[in-house]
Design a protein. Structure first.
Length: 246
């Protein structure tokens, strides 16, 4: 599905032309895994019409913000456990079973990931008690603090919508994910520099198929356990790299 490079959002003007009588299934993302923005699935539904099943990848939204399947006009919601504070190796599929073939539960061979399933249930309980609206407000504030600081550095470019970079932005703000490139330092080198400071980020192509190493970037992901002081530490390290050259 085409993405507008300026905003990081789906190119809704191009969507209708891609939908034909052969369209049977559409897979979209709830929150973009690189740009960190809400992908406005309601616009996708308007573009594809009322009959095509939509599968929503909610790996970057479940556990970070309130997600109501009653308010989402989609047919499947899928997400992973480790991004919502559970153990790795477990995930979930929710099915509405209103459009298209019905999704039927099936068994499995071998031993299930019991520890992962139990950890996922515990994570849901903890997140519900903590309050997902409060978690979203916290991570949005951290992301805004980070983008506000990066926007002041001339050698740094934040990917995605350039109108959502400051803490007082009037458009949607980043949902716990901020990805950027440094003009003076290769992204993989900057990843090593940050790791040496005890700061864990992802510095590569971020599963963007068909892109070369020149398109690599640094992605910073925050959650409820992060603090403003940690954001300032990352900004300080990036700022010290302003005088470096790759």
């Amino acid at each position: 599905m085409p993405v507008d490079p300026a905003s990081g959002d789906y190119d809704h003007r191009a969507l209708p032309a891609l939908v034909t009588e052969r369209t049977r299934f559409v897979a979209v993302t709830h929150v973009h895994h690189v740009f960190g923005v809400d992908m406005n699935v309601h616009r996708v539904r308007e573009a594809v019409g009322p009959d095509v099943p939509i599968c929503l990848d909610a790996a970057q939204s479940v556990g970070h913000r309130p997600v109501s399947v009653a308010e989402l006009d989609v047919d499947f919601v899928v997400f992973s456990g480790h991004k919502m504070l559970a153990l790795p190796g477990v995930g979930a599929v929710w099915a509405r079973n209103r459009r298209g073939p019905r999704f039927a539960l099936s068994g499995w061979e071998g031993t299930p990931n019991t520890a992962g399933i139990v950890s996922m249930a515990a994570a849901f309980d903890w997140l519900e008690a903590a309050g997902l609206a409060e978690i979203e407000a916290w991570t949005r504030a951290l992301s805004a603090r980070f983008t506000d600081g990066l926007a002041r550095m001339p050698g740094v470019r934040v990917l995605g919508c350039q109108d959502s970079l400051t803490a007082n932005s009037t458009v949607q703000q980043r949902e716990s994910i901020v990805t950027f490139r440094h003009s003076a330092v290769r992204s993989d080198d900057l990843g090593f520099v940050l790791a040496d400071e005890g700061i864990m980020v992802r510095a590569d192509g971020h599963c963007q198929a068909g892109r070369g190493s020149g398109d690599h970037a640094v992605r910073v992901s925050v959650h409820v356990y992060n603090t403003p002081e940690e954001i300032d530490r990352v900004l300080a390290v990036v700022s010290r790299c302003e005088g470096m050259r790759s």
